[in-house]
Design a protein around this ligand. Sequence first.
Ligand code: PEP
Ligand code: MN
Length: 351
Amino acid sequence: MIVITSNKIPEDQFRQIVNEIEKEGLQVHISKGTDHTVIGLIGSVDPKLSEHLRQMKGVQNVVKISKSYKLASRDFHPENTVINIKGVKIGGDNLVVMGGPCAVESAEQIDEIGRLVKAAGGQVLRGGAFKPRTGPYSFQGIGVEGLIMMAEAGEKHGLLTITEVMTPEYVDICAEYADILQVGTRNMQNFDLLRKLGTCGKPVLLKRGFSSTYDEFLNAAEYILAGGNPNVMLCERGIRTFETYTRNTLDLSAIPVLQQLSHLPVISDPSHGTGRRELVEPMSKASVAAGADGLIIEMHTDPDHSMTGDGVQSLFPDQFAQLLKDLEKLAPIVGKTFNTVKAPTVDFQRV
Ligand code: PEP
Ligand code: MN
């Protein structure tokens, strides 16, 4: 349930409303907008309390929320969430681009790709140190060493870093080295992991499970929010359909739907969403046109020799740089600011 008040009511009147709710042992979440404040109630609400609140001075409306997720819903939090990480804003009117390899392969590799991501105007360096692979014999990532290499590359090139965490035991070490923790599609409903991320102190990018509904996706986000971490981004990365030409089907509708249902930033992953390099550029642009708050894109200097199978969906650095140039033109058309810092002298040509 939510209770809506005007922002103009006196402080003691507002406090009284909150006290009446807390007296009943319910959890209160306050979201202050420009004109109104929304008081979100979590717990089962006695109809007598809702009637009593409706009669109280200063209360404009009392609305029952039937969705199972609360903190993730726009009803509870009407304003867009903007996550500020070391000055980089994610959400609201901002467009953010995260780029990098599927996996961290060596210090030289992540350093060189970091240099190119920065030069092209990206703000976040991606790269997996722990890789969730479909088969147990495939390359599983280089582990903690990879986290260190990526943190060094991020620091050196002035980029934030994002990396995947697969188990609750590794949350603390990943949080020590990376700026954003990624939950992969296969782990979207790993509830122990989600609970642990609620207290990790770092923003989380939660990927949609490849067979999950929007409702399941938002409930997964709710686990992290309910644990006390308000900094969650939702990532559409393609779902499994009958089509086999593409690796997944990037569900573009997810972008506006999630933005209607939730206040959390929505990021699109056209790399895993299509699995094909030639589709990454058009689907990146389509995602931004649909309102995405950011993109996470695989880019590799030598995709044919990438250590995961994801080279086929990785852009070459020159393609990545060209895409970001185009996004600079597209962003203002859809009301977004793309704050890029480029190094204009870099040569992106393929060797
Ligand atoms: C990845 O980002 O490299 C990855 C494994 O993504 P997903 O969980 O979407 O497959
Ligand atoms: Mn990948």
